[in-house]
Design a protein around this ligand. Sequence first.
Ligand SMILES: NC(=O)c1ccc[n+]([C@@H]2O[C@H](COP(=O)([O-])OP(=O)(O)OC[C@H]3O[C@@H](n4cnc5c(N)ncnc54)[C@H](OP(=O)(O)O)[C@@H]3O)[C@@H](O)[C@H]2O)c1
Length: 249
Amino acid sequence: MDILRAAEQLRDPLAAYASVDRSRPYGACWVMANMVGGLDGSAAIGGRVADLSTEPDAELFVSMRALADVVLVGAQTLRREGYGGLSLPEARVAARVAAGKPGEPVFAVVTRSLDVDWAARPFADPQGGRSIVITCETADPGRMERARRVADVIVAGRERVDPAVAMLRLSERGHRVVLCEGGPTWLGELVATGQLDELCLTVSPLMGGDPLPVSVSPPGSDLVRWSLRHVLADGDTLFLRYERRREGR
Ligand SMILES: NC(=O)c1ccc[n+]([C@@H]2O[C@H](COP(=O)([O-])OP(=O)(O)OC[C@H]3O[C@@H](n4cnc5c(N)ncnc54)[C@H](OP(=O)(O)O)[C@@H]3O)[C@@H](O)[C@H]2O)c1
């Protein structure tokens, strides 16, 4: 299989991702994650991603959103990184609209505490339609009420959000491709519950970041095996695309 290509030789690095068939039976969501890690597997530097990312990674990171119906993050990533607009390049927005999709994906956050800045742009000025808050039954009712004023609230589990229920609720709203942008804790839950279909992992050419792996496996998780689908290289940055191995594939 010809899987190693130089990204700078490709006219559009997103093309290798855009051509993937992400349809699932019965309208289920295809869940993909886009993460960056150092050579030592670290997922952050000083609690943020910025210094870990490289120029080609930052470009692909934004473009990748063009493939998604929903951009989903754990609340700690929202608190640490801050999210402004999703900043899709104009040409990508136009291509989505031409394909009959909303110009931008919907933003969604998973949180039990509901300790979220509701004045932040994803809630105060959402570009892809009302944002979504995914939480659980035992969340604080007052905070849930506050969240409902600025976002659609999905309750998916009792004490914690159950990733399978969360993805089912998103599919019931007509969403087909969910792009998880971390963080490692929420990603680990998606992986452990068999919800993650695809991992796009950028390997950044440095070591010495925070002791935080790209995915944190909940205690007792089983091993999950992956198949490599492509490798792109742009200068010192590697882009790996894996799909979860399924029975018979
Ligand atoms: N390298 C990368 O590509 C990348 C990507 C994203 C983030 N990061 C980095 O990762 C760090 C943040 O990641 P993190 O692992 O600490 O946190 P995270 O996964 O972003 O968020 C964890 C939070 O999500 C909520 N959550 C997760 N699972 C839940 C469940 N089952 N039910 C209810 N709520 C749930 C909880 O929010 P509440 O506390 O509100 O209840 C929890 O505290 C930052 O340093 C960031 O820079 C790196």
